[in-house]
Design a protein around this ligand. Structure first.
Ligand SMILES: Nc1ncnc2c1ncn2[C@@H]1O[C@H](COP(=O)(O)OP(=O)(O)OP(=O)(O)O)[C@@H](O)[C@H]1O
Ligand SMILES: O=C(O)[C@H](O)CO
Length: 456
């Protein structure tokens, strides 16, 4: 049970425990294990999207895993699938932080959030495994997909070079575009994304187990949907680049390729009626929603009056911080004396205007501290915003955990909070106030979680 009047250290400890419960609920190893069954030496996929079982008279199974959770996902598959199925064609591509050796698997570390040469080489190996699967050999290609996959297996269309793809990704990530928008462009510049991998596997069987880091769980957006039909078009991709004011900044080869596509001279991504999907199925095995339920439960168990503020938090990080402060102010008035937990899950965006360092969670936590101080949010409070993958933006922090004393600590360290926020320099500000959330890479990835705890 909670002590009667929670101090800031008490609240910080609880916030961190609640967040960890959300991360634990997205354990990729358990999620894959819960979906596969080997009985009498035969493999069954326990449910696909329609809730049906999938079995087959496969003689070989090839494994392709990519994303931040690739290692634990492929380990679970290797632990369950009877050895006689395994062909030796097993690859896992993950970000450098999450590389772990897995028996019988070619584990490859690659660049994230910006792609690199290692990822490009890994993407070619994935394509080779897919193309080697022949229908006559009764092969199943089991694809294990998790967030981060888009950056990790870049396979640009001809004639776009890897460097040009990296430059385009960089511009997109800084533009404030949502992940669905970013991935519409990525799909139209890739050989694997937007159903490309499913096309390579066909006519052999393909099944994907998908751990979602995309709010709303649109399967075609997760890791840019390499095994999923894509409804977006070259028109959409061009429209988005123009809308985000980066059409004239992306490399000439990218503009040229997209324009060719618009005129029907380049192949569209795989649409729902593409023949490759006849043998392709999917299972969604984990998501932010499941983690949000877990943090609600943990907050309640810890004695907080828990309220689901938003299960689909999106929008510009600093604006969402402001809205949460305003909501907390009104919520406090209607609550009694019990400590309150306002909880959320989602994925905000940041439109970069400055040249500082940070990530969307750090920026939201930093902006929350500034706004809460200005609005005089009463009582002891702690606000945590963190990426379940343990990595927020191009930094080594998972996010930020700020409290009623944060702004004072920043000022005492000689920091001008407003100036640093204007420069998107949340990492420096939070480091100075000792408010960086440092978890290390967690091995999973189901977007972000927010925990606001208040002792009125
Ligand atoms: N200085 C900064 N301040 C705030 N946000 C930043 C900063 N620099 C980069 N970002 C944001 O970080 C984002 C990339 O971060 P991150 O790698 O955590 O994304 P992600 O969504 O977890 O990646 P993936 O979905 O591929 O797993 C970009 O969208 C960008 O807007
Ligand atoms: O890899 C990606 O595209 C993002 O993490 C969304 O899944």
């Amino acid at each position: 049970m909670l002590p009667p009047n929670l101090s800031i250290p008490d609240l910080r400890k609880s916030a961190s425990n609640i967040f960890q419960a959300g991360v634990a609920a997205a354990d990729p190893y358990q999620a894959v294990k819960g979906c596969l069954l080997a009985e009498n030496d035969k493999l069954q996929i326990l449910r696909d999207d329609t809730g049906d079982k999938r079995t087959g008279s496969w003689t070989k199974i090839h494994l392709i895993a990519f994303g931040k959770a690739a290692c634990p996902m492929i380990r679970a598959a290797i632990d369950i699938i009877p050895a006689h199925y395994l062909s030796g064609q097993a690859i896992a591509v993950t970000n450098y932080d999450n590389v772990k050796p897995v028996r019988g698997v070619n584990v490859i570390g690659a660049g994230h959030p910006l792609p690199d040469e290692a990822g490009f080489n890994a993407a070619k190996l994935c394509a080779k495994i897919a193309q080697d699967a022949k229908a006559g050999e009764l092969v199943l290609v089991l694809v294990l997909v998790s967030g981060g996959g888009s950056a990790l297996i870049p396979y640009p269309v001809d004639p776009v070079s890897l460097q040009e793809k990296i430059r385009t990704t960089d511009l997109l990530l800084a533009s404030g575009a949502t992940i669905n928008q970013v991935n519409c462009i990525r799909k139209h510049l890739s050989q694997l994304k937007g159903g490309g991998l499913a096309r390579m596997v066909a006519p052999a069987d393909c099944h994907a187990l998908i751990l979602s880091d995309v709010i709303g769980d649109d399967l075609s957006a997760i890791a840019s949907g390499p095994t999923v039909p894509d409804e977006t078009t070259f028109d959409d991709a061009i429209g988005l680049l123009k809308f985000k004011n980066i059409w004239h900044k992306v490399p000439e080869s990218v503009r040229h390729y997209l324009e060719c596509g618009q005129q029907g001279e380049a192949r569209e991504t795989a649409k729902p009626d593409d023949a490759c999907f006849a043998q392709t199925s999917h299972t969604l095995i984990g998501s932010n929603t499941i983690s949000v339920k877990a943090i609600m439960k943990t907050a309640q168990e810890q004695g907080f009056d828990a309220f689901l503020y938003n299960a689909n938090l999106c929008g510009e990080a600093r604006d969402e911080a402001e809205k949460l402060v305003q909501f907390a102010l009104t919520h406090i008035n209607t609550a009694g004396n019990r400590p309150i937990a306002l909880l959320a899950g989602g994925e905000t965006t940041v439109t970069l205007k400055g040249n500082g360092r940070g990530g969307r969670n750090q920026e939201m936590a930093f902006a929350f501290a500034i706004r809460a101080e200005q609005a005089k949010l009463p009582g002891n409070w702690v606000f945590l915003s963190g990426g379940t993958d343990g990595r927020d933006g191009p930094t080594d922090a998972a996010g930020g955990m700020v409290d009623s004393g944060t702004i004072q600590r920043m000022q005492a360290a000689g920091i001008n909070p407003a100036e640093l926020l204007a420069n998107n320099d949340s990492y420096r500000a939070l480091k100075a106030s000792h408010d960086l959330l440092m978890t290390g890479a967690t091995g999973t990835n189901v977007a972000d979680l927010q925990v606001l705890l208040i002792q009125p």
